[in-house]
Write a protein that binds this ligand. Structure first.
Ligand SMILES: [Zn+2]
Length: 334
């Protein structure tokens, strides 16, 4: 395994390989939502930092450091993750397992590496870390992982090199699903890839949950029907759907963006083939509704963005849903 064995994130991989080759101490923070692969990237980066002779692909996989790493016997990597009780990591543990241990030199590897899940380090723990991460001892690197924005103190961020894991392309998510042998036929997997928000972990979770497949179908049908629905339909059936699926609002938003994007694509490229059953339905709709052009789709997307803003500040959810559906109805109706 090497950095290049991980799917996607080409820019990040280049940076990590360069850092591993040229740096001997440092503090990095890998940010990205749950499911984006922070742990996998941290492990490969750690291995490259520990390796005697890393190259552009990351760790060499041949030296004694790599062998120790792969054998799982090296004391030179310290992983501080969520406690089994799900609570925060006690400050005493931060001092003992990280601060005190970081002054102990690496035994078998080029560098000693600490991988710390910052989602479980509270403010006091983060403050206890400040001095260590500001000037790590020689041959010590800290890789901090954060999935919750706003959780890491500014004083920690300013002392770290912040590396963001960005959204994966649909094709990359598809490759991850295939690699992990996710259950489901081609059509199902492609559908999931298109509305997982570029998050492979979320896509994997969806493959084992049929309700997401039906949610995609329901949202698509709701959206495509909005143009011909009356206000009464929208305010009753449409509202009821949004209310019933409030917990999945973020996924519904992804699906709406995806469907809007697909309508526009078939409007501009009517000959483009539809790969899935849902895509075929959207294509048929787009060809029958040529008035829904880039201007109309632009206004619909602005309405969705407005909707996201409204629900993020806890505006009346039902009201925001109705406003969104009515705006789309205005653009879609003939
Ligand atoms: Zn090596």
């Amino acid at each position: 395994m090497a950095l290049t064995s991980l799917i996607g994130q080409h820019k990040l991989k280049t940076i990590l390989a360069q850092e591993a080759r040229h740096r001997h101490a440092g503090t990095y923070i890998l940010t990205g939502a749950k499911g984006m692969g922070k742990h996998s990237f941290a492990e490969e980066f750690a291995k490259a930092l520990m390796c005697e002779d890393p190259d552009d692909d990351g760790a060499c996989g041949k030296c004694s450091c790599c062998n120790y790493f792969e054998g799982g016997t090296t004391p030179d990597i310290v992983r501080v993750d969520a406690p089994s009780d799900g609570k925060m990591i006690p400050v005493a543990d931060v001092r003992e397992k990280i601060v005190a241990d970081s002054v102990v030199k690496p035994q078998f590897s080029r560098n000693k590496v600490f991988i710390i899940n910052m989602d479980y380090v509270a403010e006091a723990g983060q403050n206890a870390l400040l001095k260590s991460i500001e000037e790590p001892p020689a041959n010590v690197a800290f890789i901090l992982l954060s999935s919750l924005s706003g959780n890491v103190l500014d004083t920690v961020l300013s002392r770290s090199e912040v590396l963001k894991i960005s959204r994966y392309t649909e094709e990359e998510v598809y490759d991850v699903l295939r690699l992990r042998q996710a259950p489901g036929d081609e059509d199902t997997l492609r559908t999931i890839c298109s509305y997982c928000g570029g998050n492979p972990g979320r896509a994997l979770a969806m493959t084992s949950d049929d309700s997401y497949i039906s949610l995609n179908r329901e949202v698509t049908d709701l959206l495509l029907g909005l143009g011909s629905d009356s206000y009464t339909d929208i305010l009753t059936d449409g509202s009821a759907f949004f209310a019933d699926n409030k917990k999945d609002a973020d996924i519904i938003i992804e699906i709406i963006f995806k469907v809007l994007g697909d309508i526009l694509m078939y409007n501009v490229y009517p000959d483009r083939e539809a790969a899935t059953e849902t895509a075929a339905k959207i294509r048929k709709f787009a060809l029958e509704n040529r008035h829904i052009n880039s201007v109309a789709i632009g206004r619909c997307k602005a309405a969705v963005t407005e909707f996201v803003k409204m629900i993020s500040v806890n505006t009346n959810y039902d009201g925001a849903c109705c406003a969104l559906m009515i705006k789309i109805h205005e653009e879609f109706k003939k």
